[in-house]
Each structure stands twice: as structure tokens, then as C-alpha cells.
Write a protein that binds this ligand. Structure first.
Ligand SMILES: [Zn+2]
Length: 391
């Protein structure tokens, strides 16, 4: 297949030429003329014209006279038909679920965050999701036919081909056929992904499209990572590469869900903060992470000390990632962002002390800009990528 350079924003991305690339260029730069599309894609005018014809015929793209005129007759411009179809992006977290409906321009149409009522019971939890989805569709007067697909991000190990959630330790779910369950109900194409990888895709696509070597570290109850190498998400032989949460940083450390002791996520995640606080404060009340964060923000010294400690522990794992992969960019995301002002200095101090200077000099460290929505944006992007190719 012919490869071409497609300019998106200020970036040049080398990608295989297809309908989705054209669609994406129109989405990111539209209203745009066919001539401009031909110029930025490096493809022939005929190829561009054919793809555009297909997109218009199927109703995904419309012609408009909006846009800048260079004097005289206004050129016909192309833009996305945002209401042609909608996308559902679901992120199942450990205690809550995000359900977001996007239009084709990847604008949020509806968003709902619901607490998980009975965590151990995946059937009940998915019923909660279906209830919300059905409600949103009803409010917008939509049927399954109006949807392009459903993307589901989960905090666990998956078999992407089978659409199977193999193991989500922090949820306690094993071998759940997520894709089949959603497909049986809605009859739509479903994509299942690990939340950290979905978030990495979202952050790169929308915030850092120029960066080709990047690691996204998602810190929630556990820790997962998405790795971009030369502009491609690295999945490894099992499809689950990036489980840096289970690199061992202290062989005498606490026991992890995976069976080992001292995995990074046992010492640097939100679960660590909660467990440590409950232990040190001798609180006999079960506190949520949100309550502990609030206590810290109100000046609770014990909480603040634990935040610093977790910052140092996050730094230890990041040292390993930076030394091992030497990325251009390392993005820290996940719910830990809630306390980013309490951990940032400790993280940087650890990196300055322990990372190999040659790798540390070349890496930029950032907190996620998409924040808690990174994964749902990533899933929306993947659904468009998958579906538009075959319309
Ligand atoms: Zn582990």
C-alpha cells in the first residue's frame, strides 16, 4: 500500500493512505478544499477526489461554502457531517464508569460518570452501563443504527482479537467476554482496549501528534502504561506490553495481585496511598481516596507526607522506564493527577538523582492534558479509524 505524508496541524505523520486518513485530515483541518487536501497528503488529485466522493456519498462528509475566500468565487470546502453517526466510549474504572457519547467531530455530546454498585459482579456492572447508554440514546432519539461503534477501555489484561478481558486484578474480573456481551446487545462493532493504552492513544492523538517515542503512565488503583515507538503503539507478543506496574522495585515489598512482592504499583499507586493512610492514621473508618486527597489539601500532614512518599516511589519506576526506553516524552496521567501539585517535585528530584543523565536530558516530563478523559478520547479515535476504512 502506498505511504504518504499527511500533515495534521503542524505535524507530519507518515501513515498508510486510506479513507480514514482523509477523513481525519478533514476532521482536524476542515473546512478544507480538495486542493488543500491533495497538497498536504502528497497524494494525486484523483486519489483524493475518489476518497472524498466515497465519504460524501456515504454521508460522512459534506460540502460547504464556508471558509476563507481568496477573492472571487468561494471554493467548495469539505467538512465532517458531525451528526451522521455517533460513538460510545466507555471506560470501566475500579470504582466508577465513564460513559461518553461523541459525534463524528469527536465532540462530547453526552457524558455520564456512574459509581459501580457491585464491583465483583461484572454482569450487574455491565447492566448499569447498558442502562446509561440506553438512556442517552433515548434522550438523543438514536437507535443502534445511528452508532458507528462502541469502544470499551478496561483496567486489565486483554485479548484484543477475542475482545476478552482476561484479568482485571483491581476489579477481580477474570475471562469476561466484554466484546461479545456488548455485541449481543447492540449488534455493533466493539473495540476492547486496556485503559492505559487507550489513554496513551488519546493523549498522543489530540495533544502530542508530533511525538513518536512516548510513554504514557496511567496511575490509578494500579499502574499501566502505553508505549509509542516510532509513532506506533507497541503491543508486544502478547498484546499487553507496557505492564510496568509489575516491574519489581522492592523484593521485600508488599504482595501484589500478580503474586510477586514489591511491584511498582504496590508502592506508587492510589491503592498504596489509601492503604498507607489507613494504617498510619489508625483510622477505623474506611476512607476513599477522594477523602484522603481532600484531607491532604486541607493540610493533613500525614496525608501530605504519604503524597511525597508516593511521589518518590513513582519516580523510582519512572527512572527504570527512562533508562530502559529513553522516550522523548513521558506523560503521567490517571486519577493521581488530583494530587499532582503534591508529587511533582518529589518525582523530578528522584529522576534528577537516579536516571541516567544521557536519557534524562532527552526526555520531557508532563502531566496529562486530557486528564481523566484521555482513555475515552483514545477509544473514540480507534472506533473512527476502524470503521471509516470500511464504509
Ligand atoms: Zn505485580
Amino acid at each position: 500500500m502506498k505511504k504518504s505524508k499527511l500533515m495534521l496541524g503542524n505535524s507530519i505523520v507518515v501513515r498508510k493512505w486510506n479513507l480514514s486518513s482523509i477523513f481525519k485530515a478533514i476532521r482536524k483541518q476542515g473546512p478544507i478544499s480538495r486542493t488543500a487536501l491533495t497538497e498536504i497528503s502528497g497524494c494525486s488529485a484523483g486519489t483524493v477526489s475518489n476518497h472524498v466522493r466515497t465519504l460524501i456519498k456515504k454521508g460522512f462528509v459534506i460540502e460547504t461554502k464556508k471558509g476563507i475566500s481568496s477573492g472571487g468565487r468561494k471554493p467548495v470546502q469539505l467538512m465532517i457531517n458531525p451528526n451522521k453517526a455517533y460513538i460510545f466510549s466507555i471506560e470501566i474504572e475500579v470504582n466508577q464508569i465513564k460513559i461518553v457519547m461523541f459525534d463524528l467531530e469527536i465532540k462530547i455530546i453526552k457524558k455520564s460518570i456512574i459509581p459501580i454498585i457491585s464491583k465483583d459482579d461484572y454482569k450487574k456492572t455491565l447492566e448499569q452501563v447498558f442502562f446509561e447508554m440506553d438512556k442517552m440514546m433515548e434522550e438523543k432519539n438514536l437507535k443502534s443504527d445511528n452508532l458507528l461503534g462502541i469502544g470499551v477501555a478496561v483496567p486489565g489484561l486483554i485479548d484484543k482479537v477475542k475482545g476478552l478481558l482476561e484479568f482485571a486484578p483491581n476489579l477481580g474480573w477474570k475471562n469476561v467476554h466484554i466484546s461479545k456481551i456488548f455485541k449481543d446487545r447492540y449488534g455493533l462493532p466493539i473495540l476492547l482496549n486496556n485503559e492505559a493504552k487507550a489513554a496513551a492513544i488519546g493523549e498522543r492523538e489530540y495533544i502530542y501528534p508530533k511525538i513518536n517515542n512516548m510513554v504514557f503512565v496511567s496511575i490509578n488503583e494500579g499502574i499501566g502504561c502505553g508505549i509509542f515507538i516510532n509513532g506506533e503503539l507497541y503491543r508486544g507478543a502478547s498484546g499487553n506490553a507496557g505492564e510496568f506496574g509489575h516491574i519489581i522495585i522492592d523484593t521485600n515489598g508488599p504482595t501484589c495481585h500478580c503474586g510477586n512482592n514489591g511491584c511498582w504499583e504496590t508502592l506508587a499507586s492510589e491503592s498504596y496511598i489509601v492503604n498507607r493512610y489507613l494504617k498510619l492514621s489508625k483510622s477505623n473508618k474506611e476512607l476513599t481516596k477522594e477523602e484522603i486527597y481532600q484531607r491532604g489539601k486541607n493540610g493533613d500532614e500525614e496525608a501530605i507526607e504519604i503524597f511525597s512518599e508516593v511521589g518518590r516511589n513513582i519516580g523510582v519506576g519512572l527512572v527504570n522506564i527512562i533508562n530502559g526506553l529513553s522516550p522523548e516524552l513521558l506523560v503521567i496521567g490517571g486519577d493521581i493527577l488530583e494530587i499532582k501539585d503534591y508529587i511533582d517535585e518529589e518525582i523530578i528530584k528522584k529522576l534528577e538523582e537516579n536516571a541516567l543523565s544521557i536519557s534524562y536530558k532527552s526526555v520531557k516530563i508532563k502531566f496529562s492534558k486530557l486528564g481523566s478523559l484521555a482513555a475515552v478520547y483514545g477509544m473514540a479515535d480507534l472506533i473512527i479509524e476502524m470503521r471509516i476504512k470500511f464504509i
